[in-house]
Design a protein around this ligand. Structure first.
Ligand code: GLY
Length: 350
């Protein structure tokens, strides 16, 4: 089993291996003192893994209740959150009990925010079951729900007590869902690791997932240790996301998946950066070859002036400008502060 240590306001381990779901009871019992667990999951994940998680927890002597909500981004809402609070209160949950988020990013973000706020904060454990949640959203303590004004606009930093990544749970992802998460994996190679980028480019991805996930979460753990509260270096994780979020917004957050939009954002920014001499010639082509290998898109027909307008709603925007992430080479990136005029010029918008 691979173990990556996160050193933040709370220290915790990320465990990565095959077959960990059926061992989650013993792993959780070894990491936390809670004896009562609420497993929170969605109906899709529950169908595959809910009972196995409950059995593993009960076999470790833990008392378990389960809360299941409908899958999809629409569930990352205050309505589902309020029902979860009620469920916890009805079952007498206190601050000495534990939530377990079993599923993808929606489950992790919603459960994490419930854990951050129920009784002013209780412990939670992440068992991410998608590529995206294993490499990104389960690590680093960002929790949130969506409001009508935008995605993730209400949230809290609340670190989990343990993250358990069972590589086998990725087997039930559709090819599109797997590809979607690979956009974040490619992102880590672009922003921080030429070695990871080379592995992704030259090796068989599926048979190297334990190593790949470990490399991604090691990078994320370092970034979070340096900038837990997102005031500097953590913005690098936003590479591809400024334009990506704009593309998602154009499709009203339902016509394109997050990873696909981020892939287009990474490719578009890298082509522009290369044309302006901000990265070596050939960088964008190497990125596009890898995105193609991962079955991810690179371009969009949406006019750039529309994307410019939507990207001004990004959380990385301040009153004076916007923070743009540029890869100066494969494995190297910087946060570049631009005024809105500079950003418009960068995108070629008049
Ligand atoms: N998903 C970006 C971050 O954790 O900062």
């Amino acid at each position: 089993m691979e173990i990556v240590k996160v050193k933040a306001s709370k220290n915790y381990d990320i465990l990565i291996d095959h077959g960990l779901l059926d061992r989650c009871g013993e792993l959780i019992a070894a990491a936390v003192s809670a004896k009562r667990i609420a497993v929170v999951t969605d109906d899709n994940v529950d169908r595959y893994y809910g009972q196995r998680a409950v059995d593993a927890l009960q076999n470790a002597g833990l008392s378990v209740v389960k809360y299941v909500f409908p899958h999809g981004e629409a569930s990352k809402s205050h309505a589902v959150l309020l029902r979860l609070y009620d469920f916890l209160a009805e079952n007498g949950f206190t601050r000495s009990d534990l939530l377990v988020a079993l599923g993808g990013g929606v489950v992790g973000d919603l459960t994490g925010f419930a854990a951050a706020t129920y009784m002013r904060g209780i412990e939670f454990v992440q068992i991410p079951t998608t590529v995206l949640s294993q490499v990104d959203s389960s690590v680093g303590g960002k929790t949130a729900v969506d409001i009508s004004g935008g995605k993730n606009l209400v949230g809290a930093f609340h670190q989990p007590s343990l993250v358990i990544c069972d590589i086998d749970t990725l087997d039930t992802l559709t090819p599109e869902f797997f590809a979607d998460g690979m956009a974040e994996v490619v992102k880590y190679g672009m922003i921080k690791s030429a070695e990871l980028f080379a592995i992704l480019s030259h090796k068989d991805i599926k048979s190297n997932m334990t190593d790949i996930i470990k490399r991604c979460v090691t990078i994320k753990a370092e970034v979070v240790a340096n900038d837990e509260f997102d005031r500097g270096e953590r913005a690098l994780l936003n590479f591809g996301h400024t334009l990506g979020h704009a593309i998602e917004k154009h499709y009203d957050f339902s016509g394109i998946s997050h990873g696909y939009a981020v892939a287009i954002g990474m490719s578009t920014f890298t082509h522009i950066a290369e044309s302006k001499g901000m990265c070596p010639v050939g960088t964008a082509e190497k990125l596009d070859v890898l995105l193609n290998k991962c079955a991810l898109p690179m371009t969009t027909d949406i006019p750039m002036d529309i994307l410019y307008k939507y990207s001004l709603g990004d959380k990385k925007r301040s009153t004076s400008g916007i923070d743009i992430i540029i890869c100066n080479d494969i494995g190297e990136s910087t946060v570049t502060k631009m005024t809105l005029e500079e950003y418009a010029a960068f995108l070629g918008v008049n």
